[in-house]
Design a protein. Sequence first.
Length: 363
Amino acid sequence: MPISVSLTSCIQDEAPNAEADIVSCSLPKEILSYSSIDVGLEFDKNINAYPIYISVKPGTDITALAPEFELTPGATIEPASGSVHDFTNPVRYVVTSEDGMWHRTYSVDISILSPANIPTSFTFEKAETGGRYHVIYEETGGNKVTWGSGNSGFSLAMSTAKPDEYPTVLSEEGMDGNCVKMVTRNTGSLGSLVGMPIASGNLFLGNFDVLNAMSKPLEATKFGVPFDKKPLILTGYYKYKSGDKFLENGNYTDKKDEFSIYAIMYELPENGKLLDGNLQTRNFEDESMIALALMEGSEEKDEWTKFEIPFDYNRYGKYIDKDKLAAGKYYFSIVFASSKEGALFKGAEGSTLMVDNVELIYE
């Protein structure tokens, strides 16, 4: 009689995935103000969700947009990826893990980033504090403009840090209320392991791409917002104290740390790529640059001290085209950092820069 043989695999089926994350979010590139969308922000207890903020260009109809999401393997999302929604108010999405045991709620907030919405006075009075770190923002005419910082990158190395232990925080030590306080921080053993032993406190108009924070840190800082005015002078007030030991290439030196304050005006390239942290390493030379306001020197100040920095248009031999200005072709940014060479992970732990009541004088 025939002999039948039954074979069974000794390899068990892989267990269903227990992760419920949005890995990436996308919209048509031609409507985005920035080339990337940060999906890695911390849970915000004030909205009981993980926030995703998206800025789109003027003229975009935010009442009928269909963002698409990449999820962790096997996860599902409701409402469905690619479904059309009205984003006049934030839309909430719930991601469910493959094993059905875990859920994560995201709040997608889409706003129009128009030159008319960009403030010219900055008082640093408000911050979202529902997450692990502060996200500082300004409000003008009902519009909200969020400052970028490297806080989300710092969280990758120092996930247990408290909000006031991050490099950039909202502080009650302002001239007449709050201010922004930037401190150069040690990034612990993980930061040292990847050659990033310190993190400079920083704040800038633009956005931070946390996906590039480890692999391409200079490209993670995306500078600029659309602007329709000709900037003339950047003014404000600061305090500064340098840290004791300057760390450079893994060794402490006698070098004294310096802070950095500057502002830039540039024409957005045809490819839509924003200027990034590489700009300062190139001594602010780039073919798209129109004007630079750069504060020279880094004198320590215990009292609030006024700075006044004119924009230099002669350096690049260019002028502002009024038609391009009206069409939103120019981008503008203000940048502050507690360590001038912090983008190269050089600086002194404890260096502290505080800034308040910044104003842009324009034509």
